[in-house]
Design a protein around this ligand. Structure first.
Ligand code: DQA
Length: 147
């Protein structure tokens, strides 16, 4: 069963959008890096991005049936979406939350995350390296769960 790596709104603009905050790497670069790292651990991934809340919820529902774990950067929905939290609460496997920027160094409205109420771990402020670290950690969590 694959790991689902889900990305929220505006992350399709990664590399072009506020590069001083989010860096110059694109989401396609992040996907390629995650895929390579996951394969090295013997894991498959499904990598998705959407600007629509319902689409992210539908992918979380898909992960209930077909996924082993979820790595999610909910972007702005982090701070607003009870619906994404509810969907994650209906998922049984490990959930890791990633933010490229250090949300705690930014505006107060970014300091609260609904998703953190469910996440088993949170990475923020490590740039796009946070995704690689999350894949590595997911490998550990899934190996522990299986063993
Ligand atoms: C983000 C942080 C959010 O506050 C913001 O809305 C984003 C990206 C990050 O990866 O740093 O779109 O999740």
């Amino acid at each position: 069963r694959p790991i689902f790596i889900l990305n929220g709104p505006n992350l399709n603009l990664l590399g072009k959008r506020q590069p001083e905050i989010y860096g110059r790497e694109t989401l396609a670069d992040v996907e390629a890096d995650c895929r390579q790292r996951a394969e090295a651990l013997g894991l498959a991934i499904r990598f998705h991005q959407s600007n629509a809340e319902h689409q992210i919820i539908d992918w979380i529902h898909e992960a209930r049936e077909a996924g082993s774990g979820i790595i999610i950067n909910p972007a702005a929905f982090t701070h607003t979406s009870v619906a994404i939290l509810d969907a994650l609460n209906a998922f049984d496997g490990p959930v890791l939350e990633v933010h490229i920027s250090n949300v705690h160094k930014r505006e107060a409205f970014r300091h609260h995350s609904y998703v953190s109420l469910r996440a088993d771990g949170v990475i923020a402020g490590f740039g796009v390296e946070g995704y690689a670290l999350a894949v590595q950690r997911m490998g550990t969590l899934l190996a522990t769960a299986a063993g």
